[in-house]
Design a protein. Structure first.
Length: 196
């Protein structure tokens, strides 16, 4: 794996691993790397890991592990707050089920998706914290600041703050849908040289 410059595999904590590929990774190289990562994860963690696919759905991600949870959303965008909640709850449930369980976050594209999940889980685990998660939060914060902040999108950073506010109770969600019925424009803008 070390010979590949496209793959980035990082142990964020002892139990949270990030596997990231650039969106321009060649398919042949990507598939080869997936097989190598699968072999490494299997030899080190057996079947005690769950893969969270943060990229758009891909069949070949199942090569990493038969149990893949697809939580993906389009690159350079932010997921719905409900999706962030679901990811954090699923991570927390798996990690608390057994001390040897490991979460693998898979991402093909911009690392901002990893940043959203890691930062959101930092806030989430702070609420549902156990004593040994304090060091994990420090490691997650370092990963987020060193590897993700330079490539994160403003909307992704904003949604992390929204999620944190939801957890702390400082932000309330409106659970009733809002509908836009019409738009009124007073005067038509001059889009063409001949007039609006």
């Amino acid at each position: 794996m070390e010979s590949s410059c496209e793959l980035d595999l990082v142990y964020i904590t002892e139990r949270i691993i990030a596997v990231s590929y650039p969106s321009v990774a060649e398919e042949q190289s990507y598939s080869s790397n997936l097989r190598e990562v699968a072999h490494m994860l299997k030899s080190k963690h057996g079947n005690n890991y769950v893969l969270f696919n943060l990229s758009e759905r891909r069949r070949d991600v199942n090569k990493l592990h038969p149990k893949v949870l697809d939580f993906g959303w389009p690159d350079m965008h932010t997921p719905a707050l409900e999706k962030i909640c679901s990811i954090c709850k699923a991570m927390d449930t798996w990690l608390n089920a057994a001390p040897h369980n490991v979460v693998v976050l898979h991402n093909k594209g911009n690392r901002g998706r990893l940043g959203v999940v890691v930062a959101a889980y930092m806030h989430y685990s702070n609420i549902s914290a156990s004593a040994d998660q304090a060091l994990d939060r420090f490691a997650m914060k370092r990963f987020y600041e060193d590897k993700v902040v330079p490539v994160g999108q403003p909307s992704q950073k904003r949604y992390i703050h929204y999620f944190s506010g939801l957890l702390s109770g400082s932000i309330k969600m409106n659970n009733k849908p809002l509908f836009l019925h019409h738009v009124i424009m007073h005067g038509i803008p001059n889009f063409e040289s001949k007039g609006g």
